[in-house]
Write a protein that binds this ligand. Structure first.
Ligand SMILES: Nc1nc2c(c(=O)[nH]1)N[C@H]1C(S)=C(S)[C@@H](COP(=O)(O)OP(=O)(O)OC[C@H]3O[C@@H](n4cnc5c(=O)[nH]c(N)nc54)[C@H](O)[C@@H]3O)O[C@H]1N2
Ligand SMILES: Nc1nc2c(c(=O)[nH]1)N[C@H]1C(S)=C(S)[C@@H](COP(=O)(O)OP(=O)(O)OC[C@H]3O[C@@H](n4cnc5c(=O)[nH]c(N)nc54)[C@H](O)[C@@H]3O)O[C@H]1N2
Ligand code: SF4
Ligand SMILES: [Mo]
Length: 877
C-alpha cells in the first residue's frame, strides 16, 4: 500500500519478449509509478528505458473510448451486432475462407485462445495469422524441423552461465535491454566470458563484444555452415549425443560445399571465430530478426541449431541455441496456435487425430483442416477480393507489412474491416469500417509467455476507461452473437486459462511438450495470485531445460540436423537499386509508436526517422550530413534524414521501422520493403530489399516547436512530443510566398502576436508567436538543414522565452544536446563535458557525475561510445 492507500499490483511489461516483472503503484488520479519487480525471474528488479517510462504512456488523451462505426461514435450492441452479422453473411455467401483475422503477438494468451477457437473451430477456417509471421515464423519452422516441436531449449540463466554468448542478427542492447544488462553484469563478474556480435552493422550491442563479425547481409547460413565443417574437421563433434541425432552426414555434406568466403570476412576472422566457438564448451547462440526476417530465415535457424546439435551443446546449463522473442506474448501465441498453420497447444492442424481431439474438446460445429493464409498471402487475398471480411486486432499492418502501400490499399478496398485498438489514430484504424475500443495494458488481465517459456500474469492496476473492453471479451461477444453462445460464454480470463490448460493436457497425451495441465483446476483466486512459472507444468514435468537428454519430438524421437545451403537474398543490388536496405529498431520506441511516442522522455532519444549511410556512399550520391534523402524501391519511397556513419558497411543503408502516417507520413519504410518471403516459413525478408538513395531536393528546411497541435502539410514532416508540447522537422520542395502567413497556418494562430526575422538574401526565416511573455510557438526556416539547439528549444513553449529567435541557449544554460539518458534527461553535450572537462573516464564515473546510465542502464552502451570517441580524438602522447 502507498500513502494514498492504493494497493501495489504485480504485472508484466507489455513491450519486449524479455517479459520483465513490474510493480505498479497507481496514484489514484489515473497515473502510476512503475518499478522493476525484484522477485520476477526475468529481470530481478531491472527495467529498461521503455519499461521505466510506462507510467508516461497510460494517459487517455489519444485513447479510443467508444466503438466507432463508419467514422461515427456508436454503442457496443450496434457495433457488435454489425460485426457478427457481416461475418455471418460473408461466410454464408462466400464460405469460411472469405473471412480472416490478423492478430498479434502482443495479445494476451486468453485473447489469443478465444480468437483462435472462434476462427478455427467455429467459423471453420484457418485464416487467422499474426504479426508473429513477420517476427518469429522462421524460428518456429526451424525449431519444428530440428526438434519436432517449437520449443526454446534453454533459460535466461544460460546467458549468464555461458563462457561465450554469440548474438547473431540481434541488437540485444536496444531490443532486449534487460537481457543485455544481465550479460553485461555476468561479464563484469567473470571477465573471461566472451561476447561475439554477428551483424552487418556495428550496433550498440557491439559495445561489450570481444569480436564483431560484420558479415555481408544474408550470409549467416554460409558462416554457420563453415562453423559446422570446422567443428567436424577439428574433432569437435559429440559422438554420444549424435547417437540421438539424425541427418548429420547430409548436413555436413551441405555445409562443406558452402563457401564461407561469401560472408566477406577475412580467413583470419573466420578462423578466430570458429576457434573460439569450438574451444568453448558453454556457448549460447542468441538469434533474432537478422536471422528470422530473411528469405532463408528457416535455413539460418537450422544452420545455427546444426552446430549446437553436432556438439551436444543444447539444453545444458550455459549452452544452446536461443531465439529471443520480440513481442511480449509471441511465445504464448505460438503455444495457443495463433499461426495459420498451427492448431492449439502445439497440436498440428494437418494431423487428423489432433484435429478430432480439439474438435471434440471444443464441441465445435467444425474444425479447419487446411492451413490458412500466411500474413503476406492473406493481404494478397484481401487485395484480390477473396477475403471480404477482415478483423485486425492489436497490430498495425498498414505500416508494418512489407509493400505497405499495397497492404494499405488492400485494407482500404476490403468490403468489411474491423480494427480493435486502444486508439483510432493509427494508419490501419483509419481505414476500418468498425473500430472497437480495447482495454489497454495496465487495465487488462491475463497471461503472457516470455522468451524462456516463463508464463507471467498481466494484472490490472487501473480501471478500464470509457466503454473500452478487453480483447477476449470483445471476441467472445462476437462469437456469441454469431450463434455459439455456450462455447463463448466466458466470464473471466481465469475461465479461459483453465480451458486452455485442460486442452494442453490433451496435447500432453499426444506426447506434446507444451503441457500446463497442472493449472487446469486453478481457482479464480489461484489464478489471481499465480506467480511466474516456466512451462511445462504437467503432472510429470515442471519447467527446466529441453533436449540435453537426447529426447526430441520428431517422429523418430531423434534430433534432426538439416542439410542447408547458402542462397543470397532474393533481391539483388543492381545499377538502378544499388543499396541493400536493412531495417530495425531504436532503443526508445516500440514499433508504430502508439504508446512510446506518448512519452516525451522516450521521444527525446531519436526524434526523427533517419537513414544510416556510409560517408563514402553519401559522398558518391552528393548527400551531406543531415540532408533529407529519398529512398526508392520498386514498391515505394520514403524520405529520411541522412545520418552519415561507418556503422554501416559501404553498399548497405539502415532505417528504423517506427514512423507512420501519424508521425512522419513520408517515412513509412515498409512502403519500400518488397514482399519477398522465406519459402518454408512465409516470413518476409524485411532486412534485405534493394533501394536507390538520392538527395531529396528540398527548397527549404524547417524546425518548429509549439505548445499546441500543428497543422502539418509540408512534403516532409516528422512530429515528436516534448515535455512542453511538440517539435517537428519540416521540409518542402516549394517555398511559400510569405513565411509569416505560412507559420500562422502551421500553428493555427491567426491573430497571435508575432516576432519575425526574415533574411530574403539568405532565404532564412525565424518567427515566434507569444501570448504576452509566454511563448506559444516558433518556426525556424533555412535553405539548408536548420541549425538550432533543438533540445533547448523543445523546452521553451509555455515559458517566458524572449531570446527564442536566436535558436541558441543563453550562455548560462548550456544546450544539453540530443538526449542519451532518457531516465534523467541527460544529453550528449553534458556527457561530453563531464568526460572532457570533468575528467570522467568510465561509464560509472559519468553516472556519478550526472546520474546518466544509473537507472535502467539502457544508455550505458551509448555513453561508452562517447567515451571511446573522446579517447580516440585525444592526441597521442
Ligand atoms: N526498443 C525496441 N525493442 C524491441 C522492439 C521495438 O520495437 N523497440 N520490438 C521487439 C520485437 S517485436 C522484436 S521482433 C525484437 C527484434 O529485435 P532484434 O532482432 O534485435 O532487432 P532488429 O533491430 O530488428 O534487428 C537486429 C539486427 O539484425 C541485423 N541484421 C540485418 N540483416 C542481417 C543479416 O543478414 N545477418 C545478421 N546476422 N544480422 C542482420 C540488423 O543490422 C540489426 O542490428 O525487438 C523487440 N524489442
Ligand atoms: N521493415 C520491417 N518491417 C517490420 C519489422 C522489421 O524489422 N522491419 N519487424 C516486424 C516485426 S518483428 C513485428 S513484431 C511487427 C510489429 O508491427 P505491429 O504489430 O503492426 O506494430 P505495433 O505498433 O506493435 O502495433 C500494435 C497495435 O496494437 C495497438 N494496441 C496496443 N495495446 C492494445 C490492446 O491491448 N488491444 C488492442 N486490440 N490493441 C492494442 C497499438 O495501438 C497498435 O496500433 O513489425 C514487423 N515489420
Ligand atoms: S527489457 Fe524493457 S521493454 Fe523488455 S520487458 Fe523488460 S522493461 Fe519491458
Ligand atoms: Mo517482432
Amino acid at each position: 500500500m502507498d500513502g494514498a492507500g492504493m494497493p501495489e499490483v504485480r504485472s508484466t511489461c507489455p513491450y519486449c519478449g524479455v517479459g520483465c516483472g513490474v510493480i505498479l503503484r497507481p496514484d489514484g488520479h489515473g497515473g502510476m509509478d512503475v518499478r522493476g519487480d525484484p522477485d520476477h525471474p526475468a529481470n530481478l528488479g531491472r527495467l529498461c528505458s521503455k519499461g521505466s517510462a510506462l507510467g508516461e504512456t497510460i494517459g487517455l488523451g489519444e485513447r479510443l473510448l467508444t466503438p466507432r462505426v463508419m467514422g461515427q461514435d456508436s454503442d457496443w450492441d450496434s457495433a457488435l451486432d454489425l460485426v457478427a452479422e457481416k461475418f455471418r453473411r460473408t461466410i454464408a455467401e462466400h464460405g469460411p475462407d472469405s473471412a480472416a483475422f490478423y492478430v498479434s503477438g502482443q495479445l494476451l494468451t486468453e485473447d489469443y485462445y478465444v480468437a483462435n477457437k472462434l476462427m478455427k473451430g467455429f467459423i471453420g477456417s484457418a485464416n487467422i495469422d499474426t504479426n508473429s509471421r513477420l517476427c518469429m515464423a522462421s524460428t518456429v519452422a526451424g525449431h519444428k524441423r530440428a526438434f519436432g516441436t517449437d520449443t526454446v531449449p534453454g533459460t535466461y540463466e544460460d546467458l549468464e552461465l555461458a563462457d561465450l554468448v554469440v548474438l547473431t542478427g540481434s541488437n540485444l542492447a536496444w531490443c532486449h535491454p534487460v537481457l543485455f544488462q544481465r550479460i553485461v553484469a555476468a561479464k563484469k563478474a567473470r571477465p573471461a566470458m566472451k561476447v561475439v556480435v554477428i551483424d552487418p552493422r556495428r550496433t550498440s550491442s557491439c559495445d561489450i563484444a570481444d569480436m564483431h563479425i560484420a558479415l555481408k547481409a544474408g550470409t549467416d547460413v554460409a558462416l554457420f555452415n563453415g562453423l559446422l565443417a570446422s567443428i567436424y574437421e577439428q574433432g569437435g563433434t559429440d559422438a554420444a549425443f549424435l547417437r540421438n541425432v539424425e541427418g548429420f552426414d547430409g548436413a555436413l555434406a551441405a555445409a562443406s560445399n558452402d563457401d564461407p568466403g561469401v560472408t566477406g570476412l577475412s580467413e583470419a576472422d573466420l578462423r578466430a571465430f570458429y576457434k573460439l566457438w569450438i574451444r568453448t564448451e558453454k556457448v549460447v547462440t542468441v538469434f533474432s530478426q537478422g536471422v528470422n526476417q530473411s528469405s532463408s530465415g528457416t535455413d539460418k535457424v537450422n544452420a545455427i541449431i546444426n552446430c549446437h546439435l553436432a556438439t551436444g551443446r543444447i539444453g545444458k546449463p550455459g549452452c544452446g541455441p536461443f531465439s529471443v522473442t520480440g513481442q511480449p506474448n509471441a511465445m504464448g501465441g505460438r503455444e495457443v496456435g495463433g499461426l495459420a498453420n498451427m492448431l492449439a497447444c502445439h497440436l498440428d492442424l494437418e494431423n487428423a487425430d489432433h484435429r478430432n481431439a480439439v474438435h471434440d474438446f471444443w464441441s465445435s460445429p467444425t474444425i479447419a483442416d487446411q492451413p490458412g493464409h500466411k500474413a503476406v498471402d492473406m493481404f494478397e487475398a484481401v487485395h484480390a477480393g477473396r477475403i471480404k471480411a477482415l478483423w485486425i486486432i492489436h497490430t498495425n499492418p498498414a505500416v508494418t507489412m512489407p509493400d505497405a502501400d499495397r497492404v494499405r490499399d488492400a485494407i482500404a478496398g476490403c468490403d468489411f474491416v474491423v480494427v480493435s485498438d486502444i486508439t483510432a489514430a493509427t494508419d490501419t484504424a483509419r481505414l476500418a469500417h468498425v473500430v472497437l475500443p480495447a482495454a489497454a495494458w495496465g487495465e487488462k488481465d491475463g497471461t503472457v509467455t516470455n522468451s524462456d517459456r516463463t508464463i507471467s500474469r498481466q494484472r490490472p492496476a487501473l480501471p478500464v476507461p470509457g466503454m473500452a473492453r478487453p480483447d477476449w471479451e470483445i471476441l467472445a461477444e462476437v462469437g456469441r452473437r454469431m450463434g455459439w453462445v455456450s462455447a463463448f460464454d466466458y466470464e473471466s480470463p481465469a475461465e479461459i486459462f483453465r480451458e486452455y490448460a485442460a486442452l494442453s493436457g490433451i496435447a500432453g497425451g499426444f506426447g506434446k511438450d507444451f503441457d500446463i495441465s497442472a493449472k487446469a483446476e486453478l481457482s479464480d483466486h489461484d489464478y489471481a495470485v499465480m506467480p511466474p512459472f516456466r512451462w511445462p507444468a504437467s503432472g510429470t514435468r515442471q519447467g527446466g531445460r529441453f533436449f540435453a537428454d537426447g529426447a526430441f519430438f520428431t517422429p523418430s524421437g531423434m534430433g534432426r540436423m538439416l542439410g542447408v545451403s547458402w542462397r543470397p537474398p532474393v533481391s539483388r543490388p543492381d545499377a538502378d537499386f544499388p543499396y541493400r536496405f536493412n531495417t530495425g529498431r531504436i532503443r526508445d520506441q516500440w514499433h508504430t509508436m502508439t504508446r512510446t511516442a506518448l512519452s516525451p522522455r522516450l521521444s527525446a532519444h531519436l526524434a526523427e526517422p533517419f537513414l544510416e549511410i556510409h560517408p563514402e556512399d553519401a559522398a558518391a550520391q552528393g548527400i551531406a550530413e543531415a540532408d533529407l534523402v529519398e529512398v526508392r524501391s520498386v514498391t515505394g519511397r520514403s524520405i529520411l534524414r541522412a545520418l552519415l556513419t561507418d556503422r554501416v558497411q559501404r553498399g548497405d543503408v539502415f532505417a528504423p521501422i517506427h514512423w507512420t502516417g501519424e508521425t512522419a507520413p513520408s517515412a513509412r519504410i515498409d512502403a519500400v520493403v518488397a514482399a519477398v518471403t522465406d519459402p518454408v516459413s512465409g516470413q518476409p525478408e524485411s532486412k534485405a530489399s534493394v533501394v536507390a538513395v538520392a538527395p531529396f531536393r528540398a527548397a527549404w528546411y524547417g524546425f518548429a516547436i509549439s505548445s499546441d497541435d500543428m497543422v502539418l502539410r509540408s512534403d516532409y514532416w516528422a512530429l515528436a512530443r516534448t515535455g512542453t508540447g511538440w517539435r517537428a522537422e519540416l521540409a518542402g520542395t516549394e517555398t511559400p510566398a510569405d513565411w509569416e502567413t505560412e507559420a500562422r497556418r502551421l500553428f493555427a494562430l491567426p491573430d497571435a502576436e508575432a516576432q519575425v526575422v526574415v533574411d530574403t538574401a539568405r532565404r532564412t526565416a525565424r518567427i515566434a508567436f507569444h501570448d504576452g511573455d509566454r511563448l506559444l510557438a516558433a518556426l525556424f526556416v533555412s535553405r539548408q538543414p536548420v541549425r538550432v539547439m533543438r533540445s533547448h528549444l523543445a523546452g521553451l513553449p509555455g515559458q517566458d522565452a524572449p531570446h527564442v529567435l536566436t535558436g541558441r541557449a543563453p550562455a548560462d544554460q548550456p544546450d544539453p544536446g540530443p538526449i542519451v539518458c532518457s531516465c534523467f534527461n541527460v544529453g550528449v553535450n553534458q556527457i561530453l563535458e563531464a568526460i572532457e572537462t570533468g575528467g570522467a573516464i568510465s561509464v560509472d564515473a559519468v553516472g556519478t557525475a550526472l546520474q546518466a546510465g544509473t537507472n535502467c542502464g539502457s544508455c550505458r552502451p551509448e555513453i561508452a561510445v562517447l567515451l571511446e570517441r573522446t579517447r580516440a580524438a585525444e592526441p597521442a602522447e
